[in-house]
Design a protein around this ligand. Sequence first.
Ligand code: NAD
Length: 498
Amino acid sequence: MATVQGQELCSKAQAFLDQSIIGGWVNGQPAEAADGGTFETHDPGNGEVLATIASFQQADVDAAVDSADAAFNNSGWASMPVNERSAILHRLADAVEEQLETIAQLESLDCGKILEQARGDVQNFIDTTRFFADLALNIERRTVLAVKNHEASVVRHPWGPCGFIIPWNFPFLLCGWGVAPALAAGNTVVVKPAEDTPLSTLYVARLATEIGVPDGVFNVVPGYGETAGAAVSNNPKFCRMSFTGSPEVGRLVAAASGKNLTPVKLELGGKGAAVVFDDCDLEFTADKLVEAITFHTGQVCCDATRWLIHENIYDKFVDECVVRMKSVQVGHQMNGESQMGPVVNEKQRERVLGYLEKGVAGGAEMVLEGGAASVEGCDSGHYVKPALLAGSLDNVAAVEEIFGPVAYMAPFSSEEEGIKLANNTDYGLANSVWSTDLAKCQRVAEAFESGNGWINSHNVIVHGVPYAGVKKSGMGGGVVSIETLLDYYRNISVIRPL
Ligand code: NAD
């Protein structure tokens, strides 16, 4: 059995990778591209090929959507009593739990995520599936409305086939956030994973079929964004479209959905701020912000990438952060000693390094020098060092999303200024406030122009609390809450004059 960095691969993970071609998953079966096309997925930690995957073109995607449409009408999934459907989703969560280590290894290898963090993402998928399976039991199919002179009710149906386009940073977790509410409400799904990270989504679709999800209910269409992704976003048979990824591609998906009049949900990028007051617990705050910016090598949409630090503690706080950032152990994601793995591919590494260069060229001070990192025995891995920049908040590195372990720091002097600077961005996903004065924290958090305001913490996502972006960070609702589930029901008002 193969080992990677001293970590023995689970036999099921190995067998999955050993297939000559891993097909997409259509109508409960593996499917190769009609033209025989394939692409390779790599381990970002050492550049090695992990597996060869079917590369879907438009006709392949259209066939998958047809299968989701047929399954919606004929498989019994949509009309099944909700408790039976929820029981099947609980079986799926149980099956994922039984194979947690297998899926975590595939996820870690595919996207360069520290293995322990990948385990957390798999657990999150399990929790999401159970959360929506249980929540769906509490949604009334028919709600009677008390109105004058009429008998009236609102009746909820699932919509039909729903499309999901997913990015590479949290492939499995985001697959769960997408499909669990849609399936719980009785819809069928077609998922397009990112070309860099298709493995975990392909794996779980197979598990879904094994545990009794009817054929055609859960389809996966691997391939490139411009082909498979565009085919998903352009297919008029979808009743709902969900895209998570960059604002640039989000616009394309929204335009295609607009042409089809398909309601679309966009979860896009971010440039979150942390507003650090002089009455914060300084060491705790430094710990948490360094943890946040190095978590998954900074490839986290809701991360705190702009650190606004009260002028009274600016120098001390920066010193504390530098010490912590310097001690972060960069290494292969499967190595138990590593605290920060690689970025997902060479393009992403160049993007991070490019922003450091552009930032400095634009006048930013390099407080902690980042740059390319090398890891022994992993010469072809895509590693970078954590970095800290400081200076004017107009700098390109303070304005644009870098998606790497780079924080940009600036001082502020009053509560009003802290809020103003935090909100001075096109993005609006998540900001945090750090202080021991909880009344001030509440005021500041409520004043953020973002979908999420976090107090003395960052990257806090809890099932039951809506998570969404505003401004350039997203539109069309959020995820992980009852509102998300309600998005996946089509309402009909039934009314009879008395
Ligand atoms: P991306 O937009 O490049 O790709 C996302 C997905 O879109 C991939 O599956 C890709 O294949 C597909 N795609 C690419 N071109 C397409 C096209 N023309 N038509 C249809 N689909 C196409 O994003 P990425 O680089 O994979 O992910 C990073 C981005 O995702 C960052 O901006 C990050 O902030 C954002 N993100 C947001 C959230 C959130 O919840 N708001 C979560 C994770 C990531």
